[in-house]
Design a protein around this ligand. Structure first.
Ligand SMILES: Cc1ncc(COP(=O)(O)O)c(C=O)c1O
Length: 380
């Protein structure tokens, strides 16, 4: 007798088409309205989205941008950070974080991360600041932690070190929009916050997009000016800026996604807790410090059996990914300010052990259980 059991449906790592199907009628309506009014650059949906994002985070100013990377560049340019300056960043992150620092002419100085949260370690930050001051090559100017995989960094600890050292604190929250610390949302945890609406992010668009968040109205005005070539209200270029605007069509799509976002985040949180229940006895599951919630850009485990787990999942056609195996201090572009292999032991260890499992708003309990059972068996 041939085996007629249907093969399980392929499991997507991130199910963007599934979410689009669910929201399709609202998306179609919003897109139709933009095509009708035709204001494709800085149309009314852009300000509507900025207001809606500010309301979501509970206040402050929001300036949308063409991408998360543009948001980081604009934030650094607005502080006047440039040649001769040092910006402290983790190496356990996407290349954009340090690349933006280099793009404004400053030096990215790599700081190790905490082994449980994978975010910047305040004690190591202190050591690295002292090291840069001693060497005298660069002037410490800013600290840019990253909310890696969706978990906010230790802003209390890092903020205290930054303040004591006279450094500006910027938050690379590209992966964490929607996460919280206590009753404060990402966007209000640092003087300047940058996020990304890349399609696979927790709040993802249908293309590139990003946003800047700040409580300071002057800073927000500078972001708006730099976003359009440094032009003031009279059309005079006051300083170098860029084309860094979010498209109106993208804003319209994000307005629909933002309305669904609280429900999407709850779905991600439910999937994460369900993974935790089965996996905690077999591997290290994602740690959330007291009072911190994650936006679950990724659900990432650590295991010495990482490669066996990845192979077992692949045999069942379940995708999984290891991030930042080549951490940023090992990339050619950052050689001038990197201390090279061995200089960030926790970062390098995490690169060898981490594995991200499928995580998205469409993930159902049965699929989580199936994936978790394969991981537990392979980790045994
Ligand atoms: C940590 C981090 N920083 C910056 C970025 C850049 O965002 P974008 O791809 O929207 O330019 C990303 C996203 O990919 C990211 O994960």
């Amino acid at each position: 007798m041939p085996d007629t059991t249907p093969a399980p449906a392929p499991v997507p790592f991130v199910d963007i088409p599934g979410q689009i199907r669910r929201l399709r009628p609202q998306l179609d309506e919003r897109i139709r309205r933009v095509l009708d009014h035709g204001q494709f650059i800085l149309g009314p949906e852009v300000r509507e989205l900025e207001d809606a994002l500010a309301a979501y985070v509970g206040g402050g100013h929001v300036v949308t941008t063409g991408s998360g990377h543009d948001a980081i560049l604009l934030a650094l340019m607005a502080e006047g950070i440039g040649p001769g300056d040092a910006v402290f960043v983790p190496a356990f992150t996407f290349v954009s974080t340090a690349e933006a620092v280099l793009a404004v002419g400053a030096a990215p100085i790599f700081v190790d991360v905490d082994e449980r949260t994978f975010t910047m370690d305040p004690a190591d930050l202190e050591r690295r600041i002292a090291g840069v001051r001693r060497a005298g090559t660069w002037t410490p100017r800013a600290v840019m932690p990253v909310d890696i995989f969706g978990l906010p960094a230790d802003y209390a600890g890092l903020g205290a070190v930054a303040e004591a050292s006279g450094l500006f604190l910027l938050s690379d929250a590209a992966q964490s929009f929607g996460a919280t610390v206590g009753n404060r949302r990402v966007g209000r945890l640092a003087p300047a916050t940058m996020t990304s609406f890349f399609p696979a992010k927790p709040l993802g668009g249908a293309g590139d997009g990003g946003a800047l968040f700040t409580e300071d109205s002057e800073r927000a005005a500078t972001y708006r000016r730099l976003r359009v070539h440094g032009l003031d209200a009279h059309g005079e270029c006051l300083s170098v800026g860029m084309t860094g605007r979010l498209d109106t069509l993208q804003a319209a799509i994000l307005l629909v996604k933002l309305a669904a976002f609280p429900d999407d985040l709850a779905r991600r949180e439910a999937a994460a807790r369900r993974y935790d229940q089965t996996l905690a006895r077999a591997v290290m599951v994602p740690h959330r410090p007291a009072g911190h919630s994650s936006a679950w850009a990724l659900y990432t485990i650590l295991s010495e059996k990482r490669d066996a787990i990845r192979a077992a999942l692949a045999a069942e056609r379940i995708p999984s990914r290891s991030y930042y195996e080549q951490a940023l201090h090992l990339h050619a572009a950052f050689r001038a300010s990197s201390e090279g292999p061995g200089s960030l032991p926790v970062t390098e260890r995490l690169g060898r052990l981490n594995l991200s499992l499928p995580m998205h708003s469409e993930l159902d309990a049965a699929t989580v259980d199936r994936i978790a059972a394969i991981v537990v068996a392979a980790a045994a």
